[in-house]
Design a protein around this ligand. Structure first.
Ligand SMILES: *Cc1c(COP(=O)(O)O)cnc(C)c1O
Length: 393
């Protein structure tokens, strides 16, 4: 039955496990361990734990399992492993499968901590990493080698919202037998087509849209049962990146409303982008669902809804951008995204502060650029706030 459920049904019901009390809301199993009926039962479970048999919360827990099954059902993945944060998921997916001497090709425009793992951590352990401009297929073609083990990318870059042609990159990678690992936060689990387009492994920071209400850190790795249980689980259960049962409960509740929230956010983002486009106080407005997006054809195929983030460049540089942020009354200054509340960030001085001027320029992170994560507020109220703040610049 559950295989034929539509998305919204899955998000409310998939993975549910009820205790003997028949609770309506999912139970939080705040327990690190589990008791066995006998010594023999303990021995048997350590030998081969069945579907609903748990040993220790670092390995798995019923509330965490509910979350894993629900997100796997949404994404259309065979299995999932939940982690303490998005970074534990990115790190876990990569380090679980790589060893010294392996070669990885990665897009350069990455979330800062992802770049740290690829550039600083993996290389320290002898993994050879080649970075490419993710939007340049020729660069991917030149970088992928017969011994390439994995490619890593974010389908939509942060904060300039450039798209990578996932299908084309996946074809190149699969040609040499490499695993395609996608950090899919900006595309969101609701609009994700990553597996259809050729991803083998999809990673989310659940901190973003999945919680969506600014409460908890979490992450998840999705893939084939073989990859999750034979490669990811042994690594993560022994290295301690597990999600806590309380966090899993927050994320389960987040999943129930995920589709409603993300669709409302995307509709709001389109309204905001359309209202800002053409305003002569802005040097550019970037949103993948706008006709004017430079990669319109690819965006129409890969992310027609455009996502929930809008970026725009305030004419007048950093001073003007700061005056704009400080004049906002409704939109809050912070650095999370995917939240029910609209959040604005000045990347050059915060999330991308550590880059050099040249690196920022190469990534299109100009001094006037701001990144707006659109929440679920009324779009008219958001536009009015943004316009009055532009008037104040
Ligand atoms: C936030 C984010 C992460 C890291 O997630 P945490 O939950 O903060 O650890 C990784 N990748 C992308 C694209 C993100 O936006």
């Amino acid at each position: 039955m559950s295989d034929s459920w539509q998305t919204r049904t899955k998000l409310v019901h998939s993975g549910t496990r009820r205790s003997q009390y028949g609770e309506v809301a999912e139970a939080i199993f705040l327990t690190q361990g589990f008791v066995y009926d006998s010594a023999e039962a303990a021995e048997a479970r350590f030998l081969d734990a069945g579907e609903d048999e748990f040993i220790y919360a670092r390995y798995g827990n019923p509330t965490v399992r509910m979350f894993e099954e629900r997100i796997a059902a949404l994404e259309g993945a065979e299995d999932a492993f939940a982690t303490a944060s998005g970074m534990a998921a990115v790190n876990g997916a990569l380090t679980a499968m790589l060893k010294a001497g392996d070669h990885v090709v990665s897009a350069r425009a990455l979330f800062g901590s992802c770049l740290y793992i690829l550039e600083e951590v993996l290389t320290r352990y002898g993994v050879d990493v080649t970075f490419v401009d993710g939007t340049d297929l020729g660069a991917w073609r030149a970088a992928v080698r017969p011994d390439t083990k994995a490619v890593f990318l974010e389908t939509l870059s942060n904060p300039t919202l450039e798209l990578i042609d996932l299908r084309a990159v996946a074809d190149l990678a699969h040609g040499v037998g490499a695993t395609v690992i996608v950090d899919n936060v900006f595309a969101t689990p609701v609009f994700s087509r990553a597996f259809d387009l050729g991803a083998d492994v999809v990673v989310y920071s659940a901190t973003k849209h999945i919680d969506g209400q600014g409460r908890a850190l979490g992450g998840v790795i999705l893939g084939s049962r073989e990859f999750i249980r034979k490669t990811v689980e042994p690594y993560l259960k022994h290295t301690g990146g597990a999600m806590s049962p309380f966090t899993a409960w927050i994320m389960l509740k987040g999943l129930e409303t995920l589709d409603l929230r993300v669709r409302a956010q995307a509709a709001g983002a389109l309204s905001v982008a359309a209202a800002l486009e053409g305003d002569n106080r802005l040097a550019r407005v970037i949103f993948p669902a706008l006709e004017g997006h430079p990669q319109r054809a690819l965006a129409a195929e890969q992310l027609p809804e455009g996502g929930t983030v809008v970026a725009f460049d305030i004419a007048g540089g950093q001073g003007a951008a700061f005056r704009f942020l400080n004049a906002l009354k409704l939109v809050t200054i912070s650095n999370n995204l995917g939240d029910a509340k609209s959040i604005i960030t000045h990347p050059a001085t915060t999330t991308h502060q550590r880059l050099t001027d040249e690196q920022r320029e190469a990534l299109g992170i100009t001094p006037g650029l701001v990144r707006l994560s659109v929440g679920i507020e009324d779009a008219g109220d958001l536009v009015a706030d943004l316009k009055q703040a532009l008037d104040a610049v």
